[in-house]
Design a protein around this ligand. Structure first.
Ligand code: FES
Ligand code: FES
Length: 186
């Protein structure tokens, strides 16, 4: 079946007990209606169309679904929708920016993954990049990359290229002054 680019998303029935939830996602105020215990990853992907966040295990083990919730990396497959009421979320879609010519400027971590071959199939990549962006933002030392990424699993790369990418990104990001909070205050 073909889809028109202007076709509307299907109207989903509102489940009994659904509540209105307001939060900030990637710097924009968003509101949605969901059952309180609906998984955040399903809200992001299926309700809000933010499909950059990937699902791997669905059980909190692989980190593929990592996002930042009030500045901290979390597994969105484990977060109930009601928990983000009033919260500030960052997904992979929120990391790149626009320059004065409205051209996309990749986050230093995204750029480093491109330059160092940190992605293969890409399922783990958004979660890796979001976690690495948190490292840059909070000033975590590059030497801690393997330890911090221990909660993000990859079935493709053998990790060497990922670790190299993230270490390069952490060093570049810190050199570029992207650190907002010193390590220890995360
Ligand atoms: S999909 Fe959430 S931790 Fe694996
Ligand atoms: S690049 Fe395929 S799972 Fe990591």
């Amino acid at each position: 079946m073909s889809h028109s680019p202007h076709s509307q998303p299907p109207v989903r029935p509102v489940p009994a007990g659904a509540v209105r939830i307001a939060c900030t996602i990637n710097g924009q105020a968003r509101e949605f209606v969901a059952a309180p215990m609906r998984r955040l990853i399903d809200v992001l992907r299926d309700d809000l169309g933010l499909v950059g966040t990937k699902e791997g295990c669905g059980e909190g083990e692989c980190g593929a679904c990592s996002i930042l919730l009030d500045g901290q990396p979390v597994n969105s497959c484990l977060i109930p929708a009601i928990q983000v009421q009033g919260a500030n979320l960052t997904t992979i879609e929120g990391l790149a920016s626009r320059d004065t010519f409205n051209k996309t400027v990749l986050h230093p971590v995204q750029q480093a993954f491109l330059e160092h071959g940190g992605a293969q199939c890409g399922i783990c990549t958004p979660g890796m990049i979001v976690t690495a962006a948190w490292m840059v933002q909070t000033g975590q030392p590059a030497a801690d990359v393997p330890k911090v990424l221990a909660g993000n699993l990859c079935r493709c790369t053998g990790y060497a290229h990922i670790v190299t990418s993230v270490q390069a990104a952490v060093e570049a990001g810190q050199a570029a002054g992207l650190t907002e909070r010193p390590a220890g205050e995360a």
